[in-house]
Design a protein around this ligand. Sequence first.
Ligand code: MEV
Length: 308
Amino acid sequence: MTVQASAPGKVILFGEHAVVYGKHAIAGALGLRANVTLSPARESSLEIADLEIDSPIAQDANPGSLHCFFKAGIDLLDLPPVRIVVDSDVPIGGGLGSSAAMACAFLKAAGALKKIELGPQELWKKAQEMEKVFHGTPSGIDAAVSAHGGMIEFCAGKISRFECPEVPLLIGDTGVSKNTKQNVSRVRILYDSDRQKTEAILDEIDRISLAGKQALVRNDLKALGKLMGRNHALLKKLGVSSSELDDLVSAAVKAGALGAKMTGGGGGGCMIAVAQELDAVSKAIEDAGGKVLETKFALAGARVDSKY
Ligand code: MEV
């Protein structure tokens, strides 16, 4: 039997990096999804056409590689040899949770092959194990959003879904690959060298995340935008933004966005902006060298799409 499953990418609205230290973060699942097709084979292999990958998954796959990532998934479910084909609308390495989306889609499909129903919570825990291949201490927020879908408040492993009105949001991709692992270590070094100052920044981000959730629920876009601007300034203080991200954020704000910030691991990847005049802001982001991604928040978490 061949199984195809999918899971959404995510946008972190507030709280990236601080969430690694047990602070609150707010994120939403996107309409962009990673699709994974599994079919029984003589030996396990991985195909990702976008990355020009099509090769066997060796026992000694390189640590930190995509092959090693999927091998961890195969081992977790004790799966017999499979051909894994990945087709992702979520840009890989763009800070939109592509690895968590691939992990959740893979595990959902693998569960169906083994005839085990993996609910969102179990999927989340297992996807976390796969995510560790890429960065050792994931907070779990990316996999939580991919597994559950919808809008999520996340704090120290506690996942709470909530509802809010549609947000007029734009995503701008710098085109520069982000480096979550390196940026997570950068914050750790700062934390270890000046704990008091770093803790104060992380605490302020925590308060912003909680206020941001309230603004989302009240549909108070002005407050939401202001809080995003404050969160971006604090992420800059943590040293995880980049000149490309800052340029896109300033361009969006100059063009009338109510607020903008980097999203995810940073150092590259994507930024987000909330705006009433989406067209003007979208043009400004493109003029500043970014690529605007068309998508919306979505409710669906990981799911099996077809079996044949
Ligand atoms: C990455 O999408 C979000 C970070 O906070 C890392 C994590 O939460 O594991 C940067």
